[in-house]
Design a protein around this ligand. Structure first.
Ligand SMILES: [Fe+2]
Ligand SMILES: [Fe+2]
Length: 258
């Protein structure tokens, strides 16, 4: 069968959570998505609380992935241990709560979801996401695998896509909050996009108020970033997977702009 997997970019703040709650079910239906993965690392601006995670699951996310802001709301720690539908990057080097890979039932198939984080310009203390992916994918008990690679550098994301080509059916980048126009199917059948983009205020710098970002670049005192106001967008990509051939057969953007 053809299985549709929808991947939604970093949900930013109240605006991002709101558009997700209002529009995700409709997008699921419109795209025929059977399974939805949402990156939630910016639900609180930085980090996510258990209440925000529950709200995203209620909105129609099957799995929530995270990134470099995982520990900004430390109360998520226990929740990561208790709730199997939320993942944090698998390649944190230390002993931290939660897990970086989960296997979930969908239409008679077992889908492995991996959350990995890049090291380039992001966090050099992490274990290698490449070696980590290799190790995790050796585990048994899944039919299909998809990856959220949370990374800054387009080069690291591209390299990961090609490294895992044929080993996973879909791999998307998150973290930069800017959607890329390179949806493609790699030679061995992995659907790939460098970055999904973000879900939150459109008229912003990566979701935050432009004046706060400008202030930083002008050398102003650091201050708490506030989420921008105004219309929101939902950035997402849809991956269609042929479950017999275990290949991605189509990948396209599935964005909403309000
Ligand atoms: Fe991030
Ligand atoms: Fe983010």
């Amino acid at each position: 069968m053809l299985l549709n997997i929808l991947a939604v970019g970093d949900v930013v703040g109240e605006g991002g959570q709101d558009i997700l709650a209002r529009r995700l079910m409709e997008l699921r239906e419109e795209t025929g998505a059977h399974f939805v993965v949402v990156n939630g690392e910016n639900a609180s601006g930085v980090g996510i609380t258990p209440a925000q995670a529950r709200r995203m699951l209620d909105a129609g996310a099957d799995v929530i992935t995270l990134g470099n802001h995982t520990w900004n709301r430390i109360q998520i720690g226990d929740f990561l241990d208790k709730e199997p539908r939320i993942l944090r990057p698998a390649n944190y080097a230390g002993r931290v709560p939660g897990r970086g890979m989960g296997i979930y039932p969908c239409k008679g198939f077992r889908i492995a979801v991996l959350n990995l984080m890049g090291r380039v310009e992001l966090n050099p203390n992490l274990d290698s996401p490449f070696k980590g992916a290799n190790r995790l994918l050796r585990e048994e008990g899944y039919d299909l695998a998809v990856v959220d690679f949370h990374a800054e550098a387009t080069s690291e994301k591209g390299a990961m896509g090609w490294y895992l080509d044929g080993k996973v059916q879909a791999l998307w980048g998150t973290h930069t909050h800017v959607p890329t126009a390179d949806c493609q199917i790699l030679p061995k059948g992995t659907g790939f996009v460098t970055d999904l983009g973000m879900t939150g205020p459109s008229r912003s710098v990566l979701g935050i108020r432009p004046e706060h970002s400008i202030n930083l670049f002008l050398g102003g005192l650091p201050r708490r970033y506030e989420e921008a106001e105004g219309p929101c967008k939902l950035n997402a990509c849809l991956f269609t997977i042929d479950t017999d051939k275990k290949r991605c057969t189509a990948v396209r953007r599935a964005d909403i702009q309000e």
